[in-house]
Write a protein that binds this ligand. Sequence first.
Ligand SMILES: *Cc1c(COP(=O)(O)O)cnc(C)c1O
Length: 364
Amino acid sequence: MKFNKELDAIKTYEAGKPIELVVREFGIRPEQVVKLASNENPLGTSPKVAETIRANADKAHLYPDDSMFELKDSLAKRFNVEEENIIIGAGSDQILEFVSRAKLHAGSRVLMSRVTFAMYSIYALQQGAEILRTADYRHRSEEFVPMMREHKPEVVYLCTPNNPTGDATKREEVFRIIEAADPNTLVVVDGAYMEYAADRDPDYRIDPAELLRYPNTLYLGTFSKAYGLGGMRVGYGIARPEIIRALMKMRPPFNITALSLAAAIAANEDAAFVQKSLALHRQELPRYEAYAQAHGFDYIESYTNFITWIFPEGRNASEVADGLLRRGVIVRDLSSYGMNALRITVGTPEQNDRLFEAMDEVLG
Ligand SMILES: *Cc1c(COP(=O)(O)O)cnc(C)c1O
């Protein structure tokens, strides 16, 4: 059968391996598996969220409030913006898809970092757009600005902090790139891990309300990481009303479930849970830096809830990932991104102990 020719250029997105796979393939009991591959919150979800989901279970037959007023209202207060500045997606992933469909077509160009979130290129290729990448994985204005001037891309992706590398871009550098954008260029600032960067160093904090100064930026946030709702699929976009209205035309009705909506409202109101998650992360991240130093490999300074370990020649990241998997520890191998590296979500103290033990065995 023939499919659209655009599909030929697309490599199917490879999600982090699920616990079920390790159980099936290696006969390890589910409670023995340590999953540090998808940057989920190791503390789980806020108890208030779990309570809300249970309380709403008997409303599963009702469509959700399609205006999503309550969630938008809650986000508007958190970010000091208006409801007309907000769109809700089934994960911020779905908003990335809306952006692609609203802006890109055959002949369009998009600009992104050499190593960044894989979905940017997948959605762009679906539209037949051309992908331009910088040489560095870091988002540097020295590279972005000349490429933007030369190619006038329809969309520019700034992933800060960046996934899968974990580095971040300083606020002033982000603004330098935004200010170089052509009026027709939409600059997407993907802040999926912004809570972690802001906690580590305020110079890396991007405030979506501040981005509204510019007519052509879209900020993306998600409930999947620091807010612990990866399984519920809720993300948001913040931009000027003109951009939000265009993206709303791409949105299917009832694009998140009633339970997801209720869960996101509860999560958004529980700042204490996020603070607790950040405190745990602050305590545990240095252990990963110390482990890398003690074993003679490199790491990228992390502004996220994960760390990227880079191995020297002679130590193959895929083999290490495989060795860990056999011991019930799931991490992310970055070989497919052209890096001899592993991306590891920083877990609970016990999960991290397990990872270091398994690493000791694998390294031999
Ligand atoms: C996790 C992630 C997202 C989106 O996650 P959703 O679960 O779809 O909200 C977006 N961008 C980056 C860089 C991510 O790591």
